[in-house]
Design a protein around this ligand. Structure first.
Ligand SMILES: [Zn+2]
Length: 303
C-alpha cells in the first residue's frame, strides 16, 4: 500500500509444519492465505513441556491437528488470544477441549464504540462473536510457566479487545495484527478505532523489545524503528485526507481514489473503512466536519 514503511515480506514457512523460530518459541502456519492474512495465520507455542499456545487460529481441521500434534506429550496450560477475528480464535474451543487449557484474552468481541442507528458491524463476517475467555486479562497482567513469563499488553485499535503478549525471556513481543512486517492492518470502524490504534502504537513505541512475532508473516526486526515508521505512515495518511479535503468536500470513494494509488481491487472496501477510521478521529478532534455521525456514505469537508 505504501513504500514508506520498510516492509519485509520474506516468509517461507510451509503450512502445518512446526518450526522453532527462537529458542523456546515454535510456530505453525495455518493454510488460510488471503489479501488480509498474507500466507495465513501463525499460531505460536511458548515453552517446552508445560506450554502456552497463542492464537490457535481458524476452525481448520488440518491446522488443529497440526497444533495438537506439535504439543503431543506436553501439557498445554494456557491458550492466549490476541483478538477475536475469525482467522485467530475459532479453533480455541477445540484446542481447549483436547488439552484442558485455560483460555485467556482481553474479552469477547465488541465494537470500539456504540453502533450508530442502522449501522451493522462492517466486517461482521470476520468477527468471532462466539468467543468467550475463561478469564479476562488486564493490561500488564503476567502469566507464567516453566521457563516463560508473558505480560499482557493491551493494544486496542485493530479491534477493541486486541492484546499483544511480551515474552520476557526472549525479549520479544507477540504483536498479533497490531504490527506486522508485511503490511499495515485494517482499522475498520466500528470494530476498530484509529484513535485507539494510534495510542497503542505510541504505547509500543515506548517499549524496548527489538523483535515482534506477528499473527501473519515473519518477524518484525528493529521493532521500535518499525513502529515509528508505522506511526509516520498513519500521520501521512491523515495528512493526505486533510490535503484532499482542502480542495473541497469529498465522499469516501473520492478520498480512496485520491489517497491509494494502485490499490488491489480486493482491498477497496477495506481502504474505505480505513479512511472512515481516520475521518472519525478527525471529526472527534474538530479538524473535519460531516452531516450527523461519520459514516461510510457521508460527505466530509474542512470546518
Ligand atoms: Zn485481525
Amino acid at each position: 500500500m505504501s513504500d514508506d514503511i520498510p516492509f519485509d515480506k520474506s516468509f517461507d514457512l510451509a503450512p502445518e509444519t512446526v518450526e522453532e523460530v527462537v529458542p523456546g518459541v515454535r510456530r505453525v502456519l495455518a493454510d488460510n492465505p488471503s489479501p488480509f492474512t498474507f500466507k495465513g495465520t501463525v499460531s505460536y507455542i511458548v515453552g517446552r513441556g508445560r506450554v502456552a499456545i497463542i492464537d490457535p487460529g481458524p476452525l481448520d481441521e488440518a491446522h488443529i491437528a497440526a497444533l495438537l500434534d506439535a504439543v503431543r506429550g506436553e501439557t498445554v496450560t494456557h491458550i492466549l488470544v490476541t483478538h477475536t477475528h475469525r482467522d485467530h480464535s475459532p479453533a480455541v474451543p477445540r484446542i481447549k477441549a483436547a488439552t484442558g487449557a485455560v483460555v485467556l484474552a482481553e474479552g469477547p468481541h465488541r465494537p470500539a464504540r456504540p453502533l450508530h442507528v442502522g449501522e451493522a458491524p462492517r466486517l461482521d463476517a470476520s468477527n468471532d462473536t462466539d468467543f468467550r475467555p475463561d478469564r479476562s486479562l488486564h493490561d500488564g497482567e503476567v502469566i507464567a510457566g516453566p521457563g516463560w513469563t508473558i505480560e499482557a499488553v493491551a493494544t486496542p485499535g485493530h479491534t477493541a479487545n486486541h492484546m499483544a503478549f511480551a515474552l520476557k525471556e526472549a525479549d520479544l513481543l507477540f504483536s498479533g495484527d497490531h504490527v506486522m512486517a508485511w503490511s499495515t492492518p485494517v482499522v475498520a470502524p466500528p470494530d476498530g478505532a484509529m484513535s485507539d490504534y494510534m495510542a497503542s502504537l505510541q504505547k509500543l513505541a515506548r517499549r524496548s523489545e527489538p523483535v515482534y512475532l506477528p499473527g501473519h508473516g515473519g518477524a518484525v526486526r528493529d521493532a521500535p524503528r518499525f513502529v515509528a515508521h508505522y506511526i509516520r505512515h498513519r500521520q501521512a495518511r491523515e495528512a493526505s485526507v486533510l490535503h484532499r479535503l482542502a480542495k473541497g468536500e469529498a465522499d469516501i470513494p473520492t478520498l480512496v481514489r485520491a489517497i491509494y494509488i494502485g490499490l488491489d481491487p480486493r482491498l477497496v472496501k477495506a481502504a474505505g473503512l480505513s479512511v472512515l477510521a481516520h475521518l472519525e478521529d478527525l471529526v472527534t478532534r474538530g479538524l473535519v466536519v460531516t452531516e450527523g455521525e461519520p459514516s461510510i456514505a457521508g460527505r466530509y469537508r474542512l470546518p
